[in-house]
Ligand binder design. Structure first.
Ligand code: PBG
Length: 326
């Protein structure tokens, strides 16, 4: 094919024509705000490596949830930081534990006006910081962890989560959680599966955000960054186990994976713009090295363009505010 007469620049001459031919645009309804609630906190606590993000008190969390509704955000993803941790991560099962209580409080505040999602993982609750319990050799014990995940899922559903989001990358986690939810009567609670979650250096700031106790790494359960085909296998397994939504994480360094998954997934695809992606842009902008707003908009739009149906981003509220201006 040849188009000797065609000048692509014709369709770039004015803002109005660029808007007309735009292939992708963002909407507040596809943004999900990740939030951290910390037990026994009297004031919101800033996270140094994520300027602008805090560990919430109950009051500040509820204010953030209300704002999310006003902005028309799609959802909120709640992470809990307990005051006391143990080897089994028991605080994650406690109906009055920090996360389950926060789910209940947020649900009471927003009702069904916002999709309330909860992180279903043990790393915030264990004193060793791993996403599962350990066996005698000190390795993460997949199947012993599954039993706990199943109970955690039911506890979160009982607290009012619309969606539970297993992020621990244990094999078989979606199936046991789905079964447990159904058995307990929570057939309408959805599972958002962290299907292709890679062992990433870009989770660094998150570890500060949740006061992570981890020494070492998660390479025995999260994916190796060199692997592409394996991501589709992980997604297929989660679909077969009953995942309602599948996630790729991180986003920026894995847009090829996201595009692959979007091409085959029969269910909605989520992508998580993680703490390190946030921190890099904030740090460069604070130094005056990049235009903050333009970089944020471009980074999130690229995730949409790669195929995400929904995007978790710490900029969800600010970005939604900008989208309303447009
Ligand atoms: C594990 C979990 C992690 C993140 C979300 N859920 C950390 C990890 O796997 O080490 C990272 C999110 C981010 O970096 O923004 N529960």
């Amino acid at each position: 094919m040849s188009f000797p007469q065609h000048r692509p620049r014709r369709l770039r001459t004015t803002a109005a024509i660029r808007r007309l031919v735009a292939e992708h645009r963002l909407a507040p309804s596809e943004l999900i705000l990740p939030v951290f609630i910390r037990e026994d906190l009297s004031e919101p606590n800033p996270i140094t490596s994520m300027p602008g993000v805090v560990q919430h008190t109950t009051a500040s969390l509820l204010a953030a949830a209300r704002e999310a509704v006003e902005l028309g955000l799609g959802g909120i993803m709640i992470f809990g930081i307990p005051a006391v941790r143990d080897a089994q991560g028991s605080a994650g099962l406690d109906p009055l534990g920090v996360l389950n209580k926060a789910i209940r409080d947020v649900r009471e505040e927003v009702g069904d006006d916002l999709v309330v999602m909860s992180d279903l993982c043990l790393d915030e609750f264990t004193d060793h910081g791993h996403c599962g319990v350990l066996n005698e050799a000190g390795d993460v014990d997949n199947d012993a962890t599954l039993d706990i995940y199943a109970k955690m899922g039911v506890a979160q559903a009982a607290a009012g989560a619309h969606v539970v989001a297993p992020s621990g990358m244990m094999d078989g986690q979606v199936a046991v959680i789905r079964d447990a939810l159904d058995e307990a009567g929570y057939t309408d609670v959805a599972v958002l599966a962290y299907a292709a979650k890679y062992a990433s250096a870009f989770y660094g700031p998150f570890r500060e955000a949740v006061d992570s106790q981890l020494h070492g790494d998660r390479r025995s359960y999260q994916m190796d960054s060199g692997n592409r085909r394996e991501a589709l296998h992980e997604v297929e397994l989660d679909l077969a186990e009953g995942a309602d939504i599948v996630m790729v994480k991180p986003a920026m360094s894995y847009l090829d994976i996201l595009a692959d998954v979007a091409a085959i997934s029969p269910v909605p695809v989520a992508a998580y713009q993680i703490s390190g992606e946030y921190a890099m842009i904030e740090a460069a902008a604070a130094n005056g090295w990049i235009n903050r707003r333009a970089a944020i908009e471009e980074s999130v739009l690229s995730i949409k363009r790669a195929g995400a149906t929904m995007i978790l981003t710490y900029w969800a509220a600010e970005l939604a505010g900008w989208l309303r201006e447009n």
